[in-house]
Design a binder for this molecule. Structure first.
Ligand SMILES: Cc1cc2nc3c(=O)[nH]c(=O)nc-3n(C[C@H](O)[C@H](O)[C@H](O)COP(=O)(O)O)c2cc1C
Length: 176
């Protein structure tokens, strides 16, 4: 299986990014191929709603999203990771989701896993973020939600290291 992990935090090596690496470690040990894309390292701009892509499925913006869309379409398993920002997903992740517009119907039959980190220790703190993710997968043909890794109670970089989410991410990756 081909696993594609989209790490949405601008904090490279931060809590959700570390959980992405744990998931990848598990997936590789489980015999799968896995790749991580850090949105913070990519050249991406928001959707401008020009709707030019309606004609030909091609975005007028020539940036890294062209390549990311190709990888999404080829993946079997997609992992989306974001920190909670004001009880929602971060801007990088939302921008990525909106930029799927030209080809979202081709992102089909995928298994989805979600990684969410938050300072707030309650799982409910991720509800709105999960609502956003589900709004995305609802639009993709035959998307299946397979698992959520809750990285609650992690604020500073490194806080995640002692938390059960580390093991959960590794095991979920191994058992995809
Ligand atoms: C702009 C901003 C807004 C945040 N809003 C929330 C919030 O609403 N609730 C919360 O629990 N944590 C909030 N946090 C804390 C982050 O979710 C937390 O530090 C998380 O571990 C960051 O994950 P990362 O290291 O992967 O970036 C916020 C952090 C930032 C920078």
């Amino acid at each position: 299986m081909k696993v594609l992990v989209i790490s949405g935090s601008p904090r490279i090596g931060g809590n959700s990014d570390v959980l992405c690496d744990q998931f990848i470690k598990g997936a590789k040990e489980g015999g799968h191929s896995a790749e991580k894309i850090n949105l913070g390292k990519k050249k991406l701009s928001p959707c401008t709603a020009c709707y030019a892509c309606r004609n030909n499925g091609v975005c007028v913006q020539k940036d890294d999203m062209t390549e990311i869309l190709e990888k999404l379409i080829l993946a079997d398993i997609i992992v989306l990771a974001t920190p909670v920002y004001f009880y929602s997903m971060d801007a990088q992740m939302k921008m990525f989701i909106d930029r799927c517009l030209p080809r979202y119907r081709e992102i089909k039959n995928k298994d989805f896993y979600f990684i969410i980190t938050a300072a707030d220790p309650q799982h409910e703190a991720t509800d709105e973020t999960m609502g956003g993710f589900r709004g995305y997968t609802r639009c993709l043909p035959y998307a299946k939600e397979k698992g959520i890794i809750y990285g609650n109670g992690a604020w500073e970089k490194g806080d995640i290291l002692g938390l059960p989410a580390m093991q959960n991410a590794y095991e979920m990756g191994k058992n995809v």
